[in-house]
Design a binder for this molecule. Structure first.
Ligand code: FAD
Length: 546
């Protein structure tokens, strides 16, 4: 004991810090998924990201960025309006890293398996921090929007793809890189965007907006896609924060939301007063125009949630391997083995679904069936993985006992973050209705799901998919049973992917517990099976370093 450093006891039976590992190289699930997708030439980038995510340094930045939350500066010291948000330096470190790695741009630059390659990076990133994922994903999803706005796209598109993070506000030409946000939700309606009241009036070649937005995340973004009303109906506009002459556009930040989670990211309430804006797409077609952006952010949420489940599982496995109770390591206690095995099935099923969706995005340009699959699987996967994340995060937290429920544990942050994914970018009911719309609009969409599920050659999966098909055929059943139908399709897809790509005993446990067991309980950790087989499922999921 050193002088002045007195302790009353020796610290025993605590897990060592879970850091210093490589979340890419040590994760055989992820490596296999990327190999299946045909992602090549990314080894160095994935390894670099995997090491950063697993490092104590990155975890420290993530903790600081979320503890010291963004502050709104409405005015400067002389009383002039500023409308800026000040972030903790760690937030900028993380943003610089994410943007520098092309987390937002890779899918638009690569030729081979572009969405899968980017999904690999995003899956890793979301094992670290989610506040930064919000501006990253909106910036990623801005590229299809620029295709609908060729007059604006020029410098903006180039600067999005430049992989340079510059947090200062300024003219687009003066900045090495830019980030883009989206401002749609108003007080009277978020899901139902037909309720938008912000008004747009023509002013020469531009427009003036007057109104408000009730949620506008990442308000220090360089520009926003937004919605406003013209005589033809709700219309999409592009609103830069800095105008061509270098002056600030009239975007007034009213307040920052005090959020349950996602705390490193600022989410604001804003007002437009004669704000300069440029038309995107056709007047009156704002919602279909912006849906393209939302479709890509929904895809990102699927990948993010799969990564978050992996992070939760890793923490639980690590703790259970190092902590002992009642004479055995937790991982050797049969009930805990059951819980860990169930968490592993959930995380692997999520990962497989996310990367299958990424592959469908990759193939969409040249394969009609994959395009159908991508369209319909995005809301299906978004609904189901978001619904599963909160119980997974809570159960993983409980595996750590009291250590899980304190702010020093990354699980506290992950737990608070979990429900948000189900709310934004389409809340559960809205997402299920969207999936049903896609299924009813095109018989090929259901056929694409059924064909994919049939590849597993398992009668239990076929039965579940056929049941969903019958429900869909009856509009009254479909209207009230939307969630059950979407869940059945998601589970059918996950089970088929598990059968084809996972270990046979894990795949069988997934099918028994999720498709055909009437005896299983509703909580996680109620799988059938003996301690040895459940322990093997959990052991297979563990990162070697954990
Ligand atoms: C942290 C955070 C950040 C956000 N950032 C942004 C942002 O940057 N930009 C932006 O534009 N928005 C943002 N939002 C807003 C978000 O997209 C909306 O909150 C979301 O779309 C839901 O809209 P709402 O809050 O108006 O709820 P409502 O639309 O009122 O929905 C309430 C509930 O009703 C359900 N519901 C709605 N319609 C139906 C129906 N037809 N049938 C059955 N149930 C239905 C919904 O599923 C939901 O459960 C953010 C939200 C949060 C929490």
């Amino acid at each position: 004991m050193t002088a002045g450093h007195r302790t009353t006891h020796e610290v025993l039976n605590q897990a060592p810090p879970f850091c210093g590992h490589d979340t890419y190289s040590q994760d055989p699930w992820l490596r296999a998924a990327l190999a299946r997708a045909g992602v090549q030439g990314m080894e160095a980038a994935f390894t670099e990201m995997g090491r950063f995510v697993g490092s104590a340094e990155a975890q420290h930045h993530a903790a600081l960025a979320n503890r010291y939350t963004p502050e709104l500066k409405t005015h400067d010291r002389y009383g002039n309006r500023l409308d800026e948000v000040e972030y903790h330096p760690s937030y900028h470190v993380l943003m610089r890293r994410a943007i520098g790695a092309g987390l937002h741009s890779l899918a638009w630059k690569r030729q081979e398996a572009p969405f899968s390659a980017r999904a690999g990076l995003c899956y890793l990133w979301n094992q670290l921090e989610q506040g930064t994922s919000c501006p990253v994903t909106m910036t990623f999803a801005s590229i299809p929007m620029f295709e609908q706005a060729p007059d604006i796209a020029g410098a903006w598109r180039r600067k999005v793809l430049a992989d340079a993070y510059d947090p200062r506000l300024g003219r687009v030409e003066s900045k090495p890189g830019v980030t883009i946000g989206m401002a749609m939700t108003e007080k009277q309606g978020g899901s139902d965007l037909r309720a938008v009241q912000t008004a747009a009036t023509r002013d020469g070649s531009a427009w003036r907006l007057n109104g408000h937005k009730w949620f506008c995340s990442a308000p220090m973004s360089d520009a926003f896609f937004t919605l406003a009303r013209v005589p033809e109906g709700v219309t999409c506009f592009f609103v830069p924060r800095t105008l061509a002459d270098g002056s600030r556009n009239a975007i007034y930040l009213q307040r920052l939301k005090e959020k349950v989670g996602n705390r490193s990211n600022a989410s604001s309430e804003i007002e437009y007063h004669d704000t300069s804006a440029w038309l995107v797409g056709e007047p009156g077609r704002g919602i279909p125009t912006l849906i393209n952006m939302a479709h890509h952010t929904r895809f990102d949420i699927v990948v993010a949630v799969a990564g978050m489940m992996r992070a939760a599982l890793n923490e639980a496995l690590h703790h259970a391997r190092h902590r002992s109770a009642f004479g055995k390591r937790l991982v050797e206690q049969p009930v805990m083995a059951n819980v860990l095995a169930d968490l592993a099935l959930e995380a692997e099923g999520a990962m497989l679904l996310a990367f299958r969706l990424a592959a469908a995005f990759d193939a969409s340009a040249h394969d009609e069936r994959e395009r159908e699959l991508q369209r319909v699987l995005t809301p299906i996967a978004k609904y189901w993985l978001c619904k599963r994340l909160t119980p997974v995060a809570a159960e993983a937290m409980e595996c750590l006992g009291g250590n899980g429920y304190v702010e020093e544990s990354p699980l506290a942050r992950l737990y608070r973050e979990a429900p948000l994914n189900g709310i934004w970018e389409g809340s559960a009911n809205v997402i299920c209705l969207d999936a049903l719309r896609a299924l009813s609009r095109s018989a090929e969409a259901f056929a694409a799901i059924a064909a994919e599920a049939a590849l597993a050659r398992d009668a239990r999966i076929d039965r579940r998919i056929a049941w969903a098909g019958r429900c869909l055929a009856d509009p009254a059943t479909a209207a009230t049973g939307a969630r059950s139908i979407v869940e059945a399709l998601a589970l059918g897809m996950q089970a088929a992917l598990m059968k084809r790509h996972s270990d046979p005993s894990a795949a069988e446990a997934f099918c028994v517990s999720r498709l055909d067991s009437s005896d299983a309980g509703r909580a996680l950790g109620t799988l059938e099976g003996d301690a040895a087989s459940l322990g093997a499922i959990a052991a297979r999921a563990r990162l070697p370093a954990g």
